[in-house]
Design a protein around this ligand. Structure first.
Ligand SMILES: Cc1cc2nc3c(=O)[nH]c(=O)nc-3n(C[C@H](O)[C@H](O)[C@H](O)COP(=O)(O)OP(=O)(O)OC[C@H]3O[C@@H](n4cnc5c(N)ncnc54)[C@H](O)[C@@H]3O)c2cc1C
Length: 196
């Protein structure tokens, strides 16, 4: 893809209002894609095309319902973007239907790629810390297998963990309390989240 085409491709949006009056393709099927599609659909005269390679979305069901109810949102599934070219300052993208050889052409003024981020925790491996599926394995008190190293938040994993904000906050409190107890065993510690 040439540099002129790349100017129309975005991985993060700082000013949604700049997408007003445009046809915007949002590529992806998770929460990021759905949230961006909803946000952009609120801009005046914006037409949003949400493109995902499966008929099912990973993101929140209520967001999908909301998107389906909006007249300026078109949901295109199951399609994979394949070829692109820039014509009259618009990206012409060939969308290949999954499992078929058909390719349909769609035009976009701008594209938002929301396939998600993949955290690279490999550097932690060099410290001897156990990793599972790219995430840092922790046990009780958010301890890793290496004494003195703790992990919290979405980077950490243990059976049953779900990636939500509330858990990360709680885990930080558990880890800090554990660290303080090991550093100052003589002290009676009560640490409230508001004092962290
Ligand atoms: C679109 C979307 C919608 C969501 N909606 C909700 C919601 O409604 N409710 C909810 O509870 N949760 C929601 N979540 C999940 C929630 O955002 C995460 O669970 C939460 O942000 C995890 O916090 P964290 O601090 O563990 O990780 P992150 O928020 O991912 O923060 C990790 C930070 O570390 C940085 N980083 C990574 N590697 C390095 C490195 N090597 N060196 C330095 N810095 C590094 C990253 O850049 C990032 O800033 C949503 C997630 C997404 C993507």
């Amino acid at each position: 893809m040439d540099s002129e085409s790349e100017k129309h491709i975005h991985y993060y949006i700082r000013e949604p209002e700049k997408f007003a009056d445009k046809t915007v393709g949002v590529f992806g099927g998770g929460d990021s894609a759905l949230d961006w599609a909803l946000e952009l659909a609120q801009q005046p005269n914006t037409h949003v095309k949400l493109v995902h390679r499966r008929n099912e979305f990973r993101g929140l069901e209520s967001s999908i319902h909301q998107l389906k109810s909006l007249k300026n949102v078109e949901i295109l599934t199951p399609y994979l973007p394949k070829v692109s070219s820039l014509v009259n300052n618009q990206l012409q993208i060939g969308l290949k239907q999954m499992g078929q050889s058909d390719i349909i052409q769609h035009s976009f003024d701008e594209i938002v790629v929301a396939y998600g981020f993949r955290a690279n925790n490999n550097f932690v491996k060099q410290w001897g810390v156990d990793i599972a599926g790219g995430q840092i394995k922790v046990g009780q008190e958010m301890k890793t297998n290496v004494p003195g190293i703790y992990a919290v938040g979405d980077a950490a994993t243990y059976p049953g963990r779900v990636p939500v904000i509330g858990l990360g906050f709680g885990e930080a409190q558990i880890a800090i309390t554990s660290i303080m107890r090991s550093l100052f065993p003589e002290k009676t510690l009560t640490i409230h989240s508001t004092s962290i």
